[in-house]
Ligand binder design. Structure first.
Ligand code: NAD
Length: 471
């Protein structure tokens, strides 16, 4: 492999799906800078219309795109189709969000003047995508960025360039030029060079906390650059009294094991009221035992596929062993049904109540840690016992319990009797602490894609100085 080659392998088979040269960062940025003024000068309605054409192109490519996502990141085909639908839905959500949050407003001001509030694009924005939703999450930045009049440089995850390339093609076929929405394949090295490039105006990032922190540090002395960081979580589910235990178990399993646990909002920790433990844990385990782990196109359809690669599977296996050898008690072991050759993992559940120091890290895979507590205050305190703050859910409990939970949980998504996963992009989507930098995406992406300009305006100068002058 030459130094610049990016190679993407299918997790479920090990076969190569994409190979290509990494982009030339200087060229990419220069092309974006040249393209920006003309794009920003287009009427807003034109840019919106082009986004609707993009949605149509995605609809036309839906099957190819879903198949490619499924092959490239290993998720079941049904789930890849859901991701494609989310990309299409993103367009109308972003158009509405632009109009509501960052459109032009005019207010009367003194002396028959006007006060105008308008928004301007930043310029050239770099979008760095993660592997786990290789189209939906980059599109969640790109679409609002383009609507607002920015040009986008899209560097997909090096683990998902094939999916990213089709997404980029849909933009380009819709009539958005390959300079306005540039596909820029590359790995962390290209990501670093893009972030550090003088010619960019901002970075819209979705990925791990470590990378987000590195980007934040790199741009710490550059307040002139907009930086939106969507990072991971160590998300908690709190299980309290409910007569609907089977439904609760289903919510827990969905939250922990959807996408083989490779969702930023996946539940990593289940905090259970002690008196419910012996009822709910067997239900969760039985359901997890029934989960079909398989390749994306298997019949019957699997619930979850492999994790992204062997390095991830090895890391998760080591983490599970670490938990076991430091006081954790396995309720359901983490297994590798295909040995070390392919990164399939079984869903795993481990009771870590007895552990002295639980590592506050995001285990990005199908491992659920269980903690038993005696009262609701302890449950909230456990749930908040993390540097992350992305998603949290209360299952069961009274309305009063939920009020307390909502008021005390430090997270950007706080749910009641809903899974932690699958947040609506028609709402803001982001978190606190190590999960984000207070620039949520989803409905609020419009906010970081444009900056407000306030203007006091009069058609003619009109002023007198009423005090403090010599006669
Ligand atoms: P990652 O951080 O490894 O990579 C994300 C992107 O950053 C990739 O394009 C990568 O090439 C690039 N990159 C890596 N190092 C870089 C550097 N030093 N400078 C600039 N760019 C660099 O993340 P991943 O493993 O692809 O994705 C999984 C992570 O993403 C998980 O932590 C997950 O929780 C998080 N995530 C967050 C959200 C959210 O909305 N908050 C959504 C999905 C995933």
């Amino acid at each position: 492999m030459s130094k610049a080659d990016i190679i993407s392998l299918e997790p479920a088979t090990g076969a190569e799906i994409w190979r290509g040269a990494a982009c030339d960062v200087d060229d990419v940025v220069a092309r974006a800078r040249r393209a920006w003024p003309a794009w920003a000068a287009q009427p807003l309605t034109t840019r919106m219309e082009l986004m609707r054409r993009f949605a149509n192109e995605v609809r036309k490519e839906a099957d190819t795109l879903a198949h490619t996502i499924a092959r490239e990141v290993g998720k079941p085909l049904w789930e890849a189709h859901a991701e494609v639908e989310a990309v299409v839905a993103k367009v109308e959500v972003s158009i509405r969000a632009y109009a509501e949050r960052t459109s032009q407003r005019k207010l009367d001001s003194a002396l028959q003047g006007k006060m105008a509030l308008r928004h301007k694009p930043h310029g050239v924005l770099v979008v760095l995508g993660p592997f786990n939703m290789p189209c939906h999450l980059p599109a969640a930045h790109i679409v609002p960025a383009l609507i607002a009049g920015n040009v986008a440089i899209f560097k997909p995850s090096e683990k998902a360039p094939a999916s990213g390339e089709i997404l980029a093609r849909c933009f380009n076929r819709a009539g958005i030029s390959a300079a306005v929405m540039q596909f820029a394949p590359g790995g962390p090295a290209e990501g670093q060079r893009l972030v550090a490039h003088e010619g960019i105006d901002g970075v819209l990032f979705t990925g791990s906390a470590n990378t987000g922190i590195a980007i934040n540090r790199k741009l710490a002395t550059r307040p002139d650059k907009i930086v939106a960081l969507e990072m991971g979580g160590n998300n908690a589910l709190v299980m309290w009294d409910t007569p609907k235990l089977a439904d609760a178990a289903a919510l827990i399993v969905q939250s922990a094991f959807a996408s083989a646990g490779q969702r930023c909002t996946a539940a990593r920790r289940l905090i259970v009221k002690a008196s419910l433990y012996d009822q709910i844990i067997p239900l969760v385990k039985n359901l997890a035992d029934r989960i079909i782990v398989g390749a994306p196109f298997d019949e019957p359809a699997p619930f979850m596929g492999p994790v992204i690669d062997n390095a991830a599977a090895d890391g998760l296996s080591e983490s599970f062993l670490y938990l076991m050898s430091n006081g954790g008690r396995a309720i359901k072991h983490l297994q590798r049904p295909q040995g070390g050759t392919l990164p399939f993992l079984s869903p795993a559940i481990i009771d870590v109540t007895a552990m002295q120091d639980r590592p506050d890290v995001e285990l990005f895979g199908p491992i659920l840690q269980v903690i038993k507590v005696d009262d609701f205050d302890q449950a909230i305190s456990e749930a908040n016992s993390t540097r992350f703050g992305l998603a949290a859910s209360l299952i069961g409990g009274t309305p009063q319990d939920y009020n307390r939970f909502w008021a005390n949980m430090r997270a950007g998504i706080v749910n009641w009797n809903r899974a932690t996963v699958g947040p609506s992009h028609a709402a803001p989507m982001g978190g606190m602490g190590l999960s984000g930098n207070h620039r949520p995406t989803g409905y609020y992406a419009a906010d970081y894609c444009a900056y407000p300009v306030a203007s006091g305006e009069m058609e003619q100068p009109r002023a007198v100085i009423g005090v403090g002058l010599k006669s």
